[in-house]
Ligand binder design. Structure first.
Ligand code: FAD
Length: 317
């Protein structure tokens, strides 16, 4: 079923999850264990992130440096097929602009369509320092709104090769990302929200937000979005802070703020108590978000679902 249909039919807020593929060479078994752990909680859908190629540098025995470009975490499509067909849970692969040509994206979407996967989350991706070598006959999507436009065109049966005689329309439900604390590159919130509107106008069916730790950020963001005419569901994304390291790594990586009271509590706590602080913060946030009318909560899971399940269990009780 489409993600948007899940939201339309829901009688209570939906709890959904996001996982990442294993590292290149790693086993899929570990990731499928996460899905197995989530399955008893009837997730309406599970997202699987996508990762473009990155450059790494290796020193050779003669002292020279070898530059290698690799996708560290391939496997999004295969993992989604396993989730959908082995567990009967709708899978949402993320598709990216950065690192992929429009032609590769079209092929990937055809692949997904054949696999019976009709949901995607369209994001631009971050700069990996390895831009796709552009050739005149290949084209790229610069922003997520361009990628949404490409997917929406395929939904109308318009492929890149305009001469196709049997261009079967696809039927993708399209999600996009939103930023309650503003995307780092946007000069201001008004600009960012107007660009979010462009993604919705291009065909996005719903928005999932970047993580945030202050509920008011989401409430203000939704209000701004509604003010400019964005009417689709806006689903808050939550991440549970579980280590002292998160105090610095989450702001650095995701450009989000950790509220003073949470940071102070974590700073003063013994290491073994930190996960409980993060779980309690997320539980209170989830309750407040639901009270504020959020259509669901989207939990970001890296490799361990246990902390998220400690938040989910009381919410479902
Ligand atoms: P866009 O919507 O393209 O916006 C990027 C910036 O450009 C914003 O500042 C926006 O205001 C501005 N902008 C947009 N359109 C225009 C325009 N036409 N002209 C000028 N400026 C414009 N990254 C991954 O690598 N893999 C993932 O799987 C992944 N999943 C994600 C899931 C969610 C829910 C979210 C919120 C983020 C995810 N990301 C992922 C991270 C994301 O790729 C980065 O945050 C990226 O920097 C921006 O992506 P976007 O789709 O929001 O970009």
């Amino acid at each position: 079923m489409k993600v948007i249909e899940h939201y339309e039919r829901a009688t209570e807020p939906l709890l959904s999850y996001e996982i990442i593929p294993p590292r290149r060479g790693g086993s899929v078994a570990q990731v499928l264990e996460i899905v197995e752990a989530l399955a008893p909680y009837d997730p309406p859908f599970i997202d699987v992130t996508s990762h473009s190629a990155e450059a790494s540098y290796e020193e050779m025995p003669d002292g020279s440096i070898r530059r290698q470009v690799k996708r560290k975490r391939p496997g999004t499509l295969g993992l989604c097929a396993a989730i959908q067909h082995r567990f009967g849970i709708d899978a949402v692969p993320h598709v990216l602009c950065r690192g992929f040509t429009r032609e590769e994206t079209e092929d990937a979407l055809i692949e997904l369509n054949y696999l019976g996967i009709h949901n995607v989350l369209a994001v631009r991706g971050d700069d990996t320092g390895t831009p796709k070598v552009e050739r005149p006959e290949r084209t790229v999507n610069d922003y997520a709104c361009d990628l949404v436009g490409q997917i929406a065109a395929m939904n109308r049966g318009e492929y890149l090769d305009e001469g196709l005689l049997d261009a079967t329309p696809t039927d993708f439900c399209i999600g996009v990302g939103g930023y309650p604390e503003k995307h780092e590159e946007a000069p201001n919130m008004t600009w960012d929200v107007l660009h979010l509107k462009r993604k919705v106008d291009a065909g996005a069916d719903y928005v999932v937000t970047q993580m945030f730790f202050e509920t008011q950020h989401y409430i203000d963001f939704v209000e701004r979005c509604r003010d400019v005419g964005i009417t689709v569901p806006i689903v808050p994304g939550l991440k549970i802070l579980t280590t002292r390291r998160h105090l610095r790594s989450l702001p650095r990586t995701f450009k989000v703020e950790i509220p003073e009271s949470l940071a102070a509590e974590v700073e003063a706590a013994r290491d073994e108590h930190i996960p409980s602080i993060g779980v309690e913060w997320a539980r209170q946030q989830a309750e407040a978000l639901m009270d504020a009318g959020a259509p669901g909560i989207h939990f970001y899971i890296m490799s361990d679902p246990q902390h998220v399940l400690r938040v989910v269990e009381p919410l479902r009780a």
